[in-house]
Every structure is written in C-alpha cells, then in structure tokens.
Design a protein around this ligand. Structure first.
Ligand code: DX5
Ligand code: ZN
Length: 224
C-alpha cells in the first residue's frame, strides 16, 4: 500500500512537536526530513540538533533526505542522531556503491535521489544495492514548487526495471505532490509520496494527510 510521508520542511517550526503530533494522529507512519547545506542547493534548512529533538518525540520512521555536497562526511552523524533511512543525491556521490553500503552497514535503509535532470540510467549499476530511489519532481531546495510531469516517466521506468530484474527497491517521489497527482503517481509505481505544503499549509495537517493517504490507498487498490 502506498504511503504519504509528511515533509516537515513545510511545518511551523515554532510548533514542530504539535505539527508532528497532528500527522501522527492522522495515521502517518513515516516523516520526511530535508537537510540542505546552502551549497548543493540554494537554501538552508535543518540539521542534526533538530533531528535529535524530533527523534526524542516520535517513533515514526525518520526518512532523512540529504541535499548536501559531501554526504559521506555526515552519514554517521545523521544515523547517530536517529535517521532510520538516509537518501543521498547521485549527483554528489562518486562512490555511490560504497556510500549505500556504508549506510546499510549501520542498519539503516539507503536511498539514492535523482534530480529532475539526472536520468534513471545513472542508477544502472546500483539498482540491486539501493533500498529505495527518490525521484525529485521539482528541483531541490524549496517547498511549494510546481510538479514536473516528466517525473512520471522516470517512475514508470524504475517500476519496469524493478520488475524486469525482480528487485525490491521502493520508489519515492518528492516535490509538488498534491491531491491533483497522487493517483497518477501511485499508478505509475510510487510507493512513498513526500508531501510538504499540501499537508502543512493546511489549518488541519492531520486531516490533509488523511485525505492524501486515502487517495493513495484507493489508487493502490486499483493498481493490483
Ligand atoms: C524540496 C524538498 C521537499 C519539500 C517538498 O527540495 O526535498 O521534501 O519539502 O515540498 P512540497 O511538497 O511543498 O513540494
Ligand atoms: Zn525532500
């Protein structure tokens, strides 16, 4: 069944605990945590101290998306701070195989992220190593951007490759996810849908999460 992951980048940071509780009560199982370094992407967000605080108040799976230039130097710190899974960008990992194995060696799930301009072919040699793949459906760095429709083709390609080689990686999408595209994304093969502004810009994030999750489940049922 496809899962919606609230992205706390869009939450009100002065009330982060309440915001997390709201989506937790709404039934979320995983939270998406965006780390930006002002170098790989033109924005700064949050890092290790915030992750540690979030870890203390929730048992939800913490999915940490590293939008940083040198993820290898920081993997250990994020894992120790409480990440259950870590994703790194293909564009900044010259030793991607080693990076994925280093994450897995610590007992965490390892994902690879593709920018909109990076082709699926760049993953050919690690398809059987990665636990999940994150297709960026906006250029990373900011919430609230418009979904890039071509991402659907990449998701279908990844789904077909998974079937062709009998692999088990999960397919995640991030950026511009809303009621308008959840069904299409799930039909294309998405398992995990990250949603920031379409959850936290609402006066009732728990309710907004539930509406998206319901849509994802309906589309999942139609898929099988
Ligand atoms: C963007 C981040 C996203 C962001 C998505 O670089 O990686 O996770 O929170 O926000 P929305 O859902 O508003 O596009
Ligand atoms: Zn993200």
């Amino acid at each position: 069944m496809a899962q919606v992951l609230p992205s706390i980048l869009a939450a009100d940071f002065t009330r982060l605990g309440d915001e997390i509780r709201s989506v937790e009560t709404g039934g979320a199982r995983m939270l998406h945590f965006d780390v930006m370094d002002g170098h790989f992407v033109p924005n700064l967000s949050m890092g290790i101290p915030v992750l540690k605080s979030v870890r203390r108040i929730t048992k939800l799976t913490l999915d940490v998306h590293l939008m940083i230039s040198n993820p290898d130097a920081m993997l250990q710190a994020f894992l120790e701070a409480g990440a259950d899974q870590l994703s790194v960008h293909q564009e900044v990992c010259p030793h991607l195989h080693r990076t994925l194995r280093a994450i897995q060696a610590e007992g965490a799930r390892a994902g690879v992220v593709l920018n909109p301009s990076t082709p699926v072919a760049a993953l050919e040699e690690v398809l059987d190593v990665m636990d999940f793949v994150l297709v960026m459906s906006v250029n990373p760095g900011f919430g609230g951007q418009r979904f890039i429709p071509r991402s659907l083709d990449k998701i279908r390609k990844l789904r077909d490759l998974r079937e062709q080689y009998s692999l088990a990686y999960q397919i995640q999408v991030d950026g511009g996810v809303s009621q308008a595209n959840v069904a299409d994304l799930v039909q294309a093969g998405c398992d995990w849908l990250v949603a920031g502004s379409s959850v936290f810009d609402s006066a009732d994030p728990g309710g907004a999460f539930q509406a998206l999750q319901r849509e994802a489940e309906l589309a999942s049922m139609a898929r099988v």
